[in-house]
Design a protein around this ligand. Structure first.
Ligand code: ADP
Ligand code: MG
Length: 328
C-alpha cells in the first residue's frame, strides 16, 4: 500500500485535569483512527452533535493543538516531529475553511490585499501579473470574478461570497487536503448547494481531499465518500456514507436516522438533519459505552467496558457496539 495522505492513529485529546482547570477532565476525542489514501481523493465526513469532538479533531489535524496520545501523519511525516521548514510545507498542503468566514478576514484590508499577501508569503508568483492570474483562476473556480470583489472590503460582501472566497483562498495554494469545519452551517440552502458542488469539483477536477466536518447528515449523504460518526468523542460508526446512512448499525445512529421524519422516501434527505446538542449528557466515565443511558439494548458489559469498533460483514463498515461482536 502506498503511504496514505493522512493517517490518524489512536488519537486522544484530553482537556483539563490540571491544577488550573480545577481537575475537571474532558475527553474530547478518544482513540480515533482514520485514513485518507494518497491516490484517491476523497471527501471524508466527520459528523456528530455539538460537543462530540469534531473541531478538536480539526484542530489536531491543523496542528493548532497537540495530541494527548496517539499519532497523526501526513504523507508519512509525523506532525509532532516536523521541522520548521516541513511545517511551512505542511501549511501549504493542508488548508482550512471555517464556519464563519468573516472572522478570518481583516476588515481593514480590501479583499484583493488579502489574496496578494498569500501570493507573497507563499511565493506563488514571479510577477504581479502572474499573481493576479492565479487569483483570477481561483476566483473562477468558485464562480466569481476578480473585478466583482477584489476592490471591496470584507463587509461589503455577502456571507455566501465570503465563504466562496475562503474556498478560493484555500484553492489558491493547490492543497492536497482541505479541512472544512462546518463550512455550510451559516449559509442558506442555495449557497449550501453551491459550496457543496464546489467541493465535489475540487475533489474530481483538482484531486483535493476534504475532511468535511458537519452536524448535518443530509449534506454528508449528498457529497461524502466515507463517514465517521462521533458520539462523545468516540467513533460510534464508520464506513461508506451510503452504507452507514442507508443501513445504520449502531443503536445511536439507528435512533438518529429513525427519528428523522420521512414524508416521502425520495425526499428523505432533502431536508436538514441536524444532530441534537448533547454536551450536557457527556459522560465523565472513561469506562463503559457512552451511549448506555440512551440505548435500548444495554447489557451489563456495556456499562463496564467500552465496546471496540466491530466490523460488519467483513466490509469497511464498523460499529462500536457489542451487537456486532460476533460478526466476522
Ligand atoms: P464539536 O466541534 O463537535 O462541537 P469540540 O471538539 O469543540 O466539539 O468539543 C469537544 C469537547 O471538548 C466539548 O466537551 C468541549 O467543551 C471540549 N473542549 C473543546 N475545546 C476545549 C478547550 N480548549 N478546553 C477545554 N475543553 C474543550
Ligand atoms: Mg465544532
Amino acid at each position: 500500500m502506498t503511504t496514505p495522505l493522512l493517517e490518524i492513529t489512536d488519537a486522544t485529546k484530553i482537556y483539563g485535569g490540571g491544577f488550573l482547570q480545577g481537575g475537571k477532565k474532558v475527553v474530547a476525542l478518544q482513540n480515533f483512527n482514520l485514513t485518507i489514501p494518497a491516490d484517491t481523493p476523497k471527501i471524508v465526513t466527520i459528523a456528530g452533535e455539538s460537543g462530540s469532538g469534531k473541531s478538536t479533531l480539526a484542530n489536531l489535524v491543523l496542528g493548532f493543538t497537540p495530541l494527548t496520545s496517539g499519532k497523526i501523519t501526513f504523507t508519512g511525516h509525523d506532525l509532532s516531529k516536523l521541522t520548521k521548514e516541513e511545517r511551512g510545507i505542511y501549511r501549504r498542503h493542508v488548508q482550512v475553511v471555517f464556519q464563519d468566514p468573516y472572522a478570518v478576514y481583516n476588515p481593514f484590508y480590501r479583499v484583493g490585499h488579502i489574496y496578494d499577501l498569500i501570493i507573497k508569503n507563499f511565493k506563488l508568483a514571479k510577477s504581479k501579473k502572474e499573481g493576479r492570474e492565479l487569483i483570477e483562476e481561483a476566483l473562477n473556480v468558485v464562480g466569481m470574478q476578480g473585478d466583482e470583489v477584489l476592490h471591496k472590503y470584507p463587509h461589503q460582501l455577502s456571507g455566501g461570497q465570503r465563504q466562496r472566497m475562503m474556498v478560493a483562498r484555500a484553492y489558491l495554494l493547490k492543497p492536497d487536503l482541505i479541512v472544512a469545519d462546518e463550512p455550510v452551517s451559516m449559509v442558506d440552502a442555495s449557497l449550501r448547494a453551491m459550496i457543496l458542488d464546489i467541493m465535489l469539483r475540487l475533489r474530481d477536477d483538482y484531486g483535493i481531499s476534504f475532511l468535511y466536518i458537519t452536524h448535518d447528515l443530509s449534506t454528508a449523504y449528498q457529497i461524502g465518500d466515507d463517514i465517521y460518526l462521533l458520539y462523545q468523542g468516540s467513533i460510534a460508526e464508520s464506513g461508506s456514507t451510503t452504507e452507514v446512512i442507508e443501513n445504520p448499525k449502531h443503536p445511536y445512529v439507528q435512533q438518529l436516522i429513525g427519528s428523522i421524519p420521512v414524508p416521502d422516501p425520495d425526499q428523505k434527505w432533502d431536508s436538514e438533519i441536524s444532530l441534537p446538542d448533547d454536551e450536557l449528557m457527556r459522560s465523565h466515565t472513561d469506562s463503559g459505552c457512552r451511549f448506555y443511558a440512551r440505548c435500548t439494548h444495554h447489557w451489563e458489559k456495556c456499562l463496564t467496558t467500552q465496546p471496540l469498533l466491530y466490523q460488519i460483514n467483513g466490509s469497511s463498515h464498523q460499529a462500536a457496539c457489542y451487537l456486532y461482536a460476533d460478526e466476522k
